[in-house]
Design a protein around this ligand. Structure first.
Ligand SMILES: Nc1ncnc2c1ncn2[C@@H]1O[C@H](COP(=O)(O)OP(=O)(O)O)[C@@H](O)[C@H]1O
Ligand SMILES: [Mg+2]
Length: 238
């Protein structure tokens, strides 16, 4: 068995008085693609925020390569190799594509290799090279998603977390996004993929977790989850 890269144990989190995570546990091993699935409002984004250090949990533990992250600030977590492609891309619309990408290289080690990494991103996304001087806000939805992924890659992540990367994209672009996920995985990046598109996510991932109202209700291999009658009726409409 591979070593756990990420381990989330019994994570609980509240926004003010409103608790939204109730003991979420999951793990991602080195070299895996794991998907976190669930309906709108289930707590997927909140889980990723807690892992990246953007929201302090109320309880539980987050371990990265065996080390507790609870006292580690978000910027340091990025330096350790954790990157998040946020829901809705969150690009700087009035900055150019290139500027957006360069802002992704904010860790010290990544800054030193910024030029080489920019070239890698442009090789992966020729479209972004063509549009490097254009404002990010003028890109199509698919191109913006590429730019958001490219920006995350500029920090040289070991663990890339993608929050609903296919949301709002036309079907052909959805396929492209999942192809990109496969390519990044082949390049050695471990991936935690949040999706509402269960079918597609389970095709690309090895294992999955289904979260409902802030706790993990089901988990298993992608094949097991795809065959699960409860999943088929609740999420796939079958
Ligand atoms: N910043 C916030 N302040 C208060 N409540 C929030 C905030 N962000 C999310 N929530 C609530 O937390 C719950 C989980 O949200 P979220 O993690 O975004 O779910 P998902 O990503 O699965 O759609 C929802 O009920 C949502 O309304
Ligand atoms: Mg979300």
């Amino acid at each position: 068995m591979n070593a756990a890269m990420l381990e989330v144990r019994d994570l609980s989190l509240a926004y003010g008085d409103v608790q939204v995570l109730f003991g979420v546990s999951l793990r991602v091993d080195e070299g895996e693609i794991v998907t976190l699935l669930g309906s709108n409002g289930a707590g997927k984004t909140t889980t990723l925020r807690a892992i990246s250090g953007l929201r302090p949990p109320r309880g539980g533990e987050v371990l990265f390569s065996g080390q507790s992250l609870l006292a580690v600030p978000a910027s340091k977590r990025a330096e350790m190799g954790i990157a998040l492609v946020p829901e809705g891309r969150e690009l700087w619309p009035l900055l150019t594509v290139r500027e957006n990408l360069e802002l992704g290289a904010y860790t010290r080690s990544a800054r030193a290799r910024s030029a080489a990494n920019l070239e890698k991103v442009f090789r992966l996304f020729p479209r972004l090279r063509e549009r490097h001087a254009q404002m990010a806000g003028s890109l199509s939805g698919g191109e913006q998603q590429m730019c958001a992924i490219g920006r995350a890659l500029m920090s040289e992540p070991r663990l890339l977390m993608l929050d609903e990367p296919s949301l709002g994209l036309a079907p052909i672009l959805v396929d492209q996004v999942f192809d990109i996920v496969r390519t990044l995985h082949q390049q050695g990046i471990t991936i935690l993929l949040v999706e509402q598109n269960l079918q597609k996510a389970l095709e690309v991932a090895r294992r999955g977790y289904v979260i409902e109202t802030g706790s993990v209700k089901l988990s298993g291999t992608s094949a097991d989850l795809l065959a699960d009658p409860a999943i088929r009726s609740a999420y796939l409409g079958l």
